[in-house]
Design a protein around this ligand. Structure first.
Ligand code: MG
Length: 260
């Protein structure tokens, strides 16, 4: 082949044309964490423990013990019911409360009743979800919790109607910040990671994990933490009321084009 001739005859090769400026992608999917992003779960959990045990300082221990047992569900070593029983048993053991299996079950049942009675949506959730739906964005709830009770929680609080998909770590066998969790949500809803954003209250689990998976990672820092150094490429908002403006500034177009 005469390469010189081939090159000469190539039509309108734009050797001297400057590269197109980068254009930001369209936003088609917003993923939201559930606990402490949409629902004030910590306040409900703290309140339940304080009511049952008469102490207000037990939440950090409860969280640590819960995280250990959630990991066992995600890895397939325990099912949801067994993990919750053992979590509560370990928690009571660490407090020095030695009780039999029947009392452990009774404590957990009462605790769940109290939590369910007191959990609340944050005040900025419904306006934000309304905005996102009106913009034509697909929505996914993405949680590291271990069981299907998360769906009941969304239904109880009137949120189920907003979401196209609910991804639960305990059902998928993988948890945030593993990129597989984020990529499975994108694949389920037919979007690529660069067309998606994920918002959550945990800097590393939610925002950094999403960024590393190729999504826009948004840290919802409701408490205004001043001790965290925010990693490069992670966005920070103080409330969900700030999310629409952030998304408009980061994406060229918001929403899924209507089918013709
Ligand atoms: Mg959370």
């Amino acid at each position: 082949m005469d390469f010189a001739r081939t090159l000469t005859l190539a039509p309108d090769t734009p050797f001297n044309t400057p590269a197109d400026p980068w254009t930001p992608p369209s936003l088609r999917l917003v993923c939201l964490d559930i606990d402490d992003t949409l629902i004030d779960f910590t306040a409900a959990g703290r309140c339940a423990l304080a009511t049952l045990l008469g102490r207000a300082d037990l939440w950090p221990l409860w969280e640590r013990v819960t995280d250990r047992h959630t990991a066992l569900v995600v890895s397939g070593e325990l099912d949801y019911a067994a993990a919750h029983f053992r979590r509560t048993q370990c928690f009571l053991d660490e407090l020095g409360v030695m009780v039999d299996a029947e009392h452990v079950s009774g404590f957990e049942k009462r605790r769940k009743e109290l939590v369910r009675r007191s959990w609340r949506l944050f005040g900025d959730v419904l306006p934000c979800l309304d905005w996102l739906r009106a913009a034509g964005v697909r929505l996914a709830a993405v949680t590291n919790a271990s069981g299907g009770h998360q769906r009941a929680k969304l239904t109880d609080l009137g949120l189920a109607r907003f979401f196209d998909h609910v991804a639960i770590a305990g059902e998928l066998g993988v948890a945030k910040p593993d990129p597989v969790m984020f990529h499975s949500v994108c694949a389920t809803l037919g979007c690529s990671p660069e067309e998606a954003a994920h918002v959550g209250d945990k800097l590393h689990t939610d925002a950094v994990g999403a960024r590393d998976a190729g999504l826009e990672g948004v840290w919802l820092d409701r408490g205004g933490s001043d001790h965290e150094v925010v990693p490069e490429g992670v966005h920070v908002i103080g409330g969900l009321d700030e999310l629409p403006q952030l998304l408009v500034s980061e994406f060229a177009r918001i929403g899924v084009p209507a089918q013709r």
